[in-house]
Ligand binder design. Sequence first.
Ligand SMILES: [Fe+2]
Length: 173
Amino acid sequence: MEEFRGLQPQNIEKLKRNHIDLLKLCSQLEAIADGLPARIDERLCLNVSATLIPSLERAQALEEMILFPLLGQKPDGCRRAVSTERLVAEHRHDRLAAIDVVHALQALADGGCKISPDGTGYMLRGFFECVRRHVAAEQTGLAMLFDRLAVNKINEGRQQQAAFHGKTVTVKV
Ligand SMILES: [Fe+2]
């Protein structure tokens, strides 16, 4: 169980909460993109521009500290671990793209966006689609960790039971 030390209930809750926040921001960005060019909700643009980068950084920092080290471990009996390099690269890409998205949202709110509505919509859609794909991949990784944790708990229980009956049993899954 030592390998799952970072996966404490409060950290799992924070990881999930961060994903919910990011997906909500994606929906808001989609609503903004759908409204272009005629319907621009200035207040929504300003709200999303103020929260996007802090939300992204908060989610990424926790994932890189708690989730990725666990995903990068090879489970018993497996030859491969999840490639966390790709996820880290996506974090870097999303952070850089978020800066452009924030500038575009602020310009939309000010009424002075220099990029065409089509170009702005394309940028927003490219960003939130990447973030949604990334979150889905991490949620799959988290579900795999829960499965490993459940199997470890079952094995631990079996070994304790075997020790209680004076037997030595090695359980392979
Ligand atoms: Fe992430």
